[in-house]
Design a protein around this ligand. Structure first.
Ligand code: ADP
Ligand code: MG
Length: 192
């Protein structure tokens, strides 16, 4: 299975990806990975996130290029070796963040076209205000995407994107961490 964990910054993706990984690895071969990836393009993107001088579409094209590398060098090889792969962010991030930046959805769908479909996508849903407060509490430097109004637009875009999408589950991630992880694990167990 390929499991994608999506949602705005501060929604709890990394927390839940790691909890799901710990639960699944008791009985399964499972590999945890994330985007931006640890590859050359992914590392460059992490530097660019703290600057503001790339056009939104150029930025999303870099994310898509990083995903292509991530899929071909990591995700597909691990799936072929019999691992379940959990990825912290995938194609919906490009669509939701791109739409929140004002890019036309169809243009974004163009750069995401043809990639492997996740078996399950989780969208961790939370208000932009709550997510922003979580990020502020972490006290790290915030990227160009980590502004409350932007997070609210990205959340709306995610909720628009899940409409009519197969195997895509919206989880209320304002609930306590354990409630969220239990709900996700139940869904995964129904598919395993
Ligand atoms: P993301 O990877 O989506 O940006 P993180 O997993 O890093 O989010 O979580 C952001 C912050 O919110 C962390 O400090 C984390 O401990 C906290 N957090 C995550 N999920 C919850 C939750 N359900 N309730 C309260 N705090 C949470
Ligand atoms: Mg994270």
């Amino acid at each position: 299975m390929l499991i994608a964990i999506e949602g705005i910054d501060g929604s709890g993706k990394s927390t839940q990806a790691s909890l799901l990984y710990d639960s699944l690895r008791k009985n399964n071969k499972v590999f945890l990975t994330k985007e931006p990836s640890k590859g050359l393009i992914g590392v460059s993107i992490r530097e660019l996130l703290h600057r503001n001088d790339l056009s939104p579409m150029a930025m999303q094209m870099l994310f898509a290029a990083d995903r292509e590398e991530h899929i071909s060098k990591t995700i597909v090889p691990k799936l072929d070796e019999g691992y379940h792969v959990i990825t912290d962010r995938y194609n919906l991030s490009t669509l939701a963040y791109g739409m929140a930046s004002g890019i036309d959805r169809k243009r974004l769908e163009g750069i995401c076209y043809g990639i492997p479909e996740p078996t399950i996508t989780f969208v961790l849903d939370i208000g932009g205000d709550k997510a922003y407060n979580r990020l502020k509490a972490l006290g790290k430097e915030l990227s160009v995407f980590e502004k409350q109004e932007f997070l609210e637009r990205a959340r709306d875009a995610y909720l628009e994107l899940v409409q009519g999408r197969q195997n895509c589950f919206v989880i209320d991630s304002s609930k306590p961490i354990k409630r969220v992880s239990a709900e996700m694990l139940n869904t995964v167990n129904e598919h395993i």
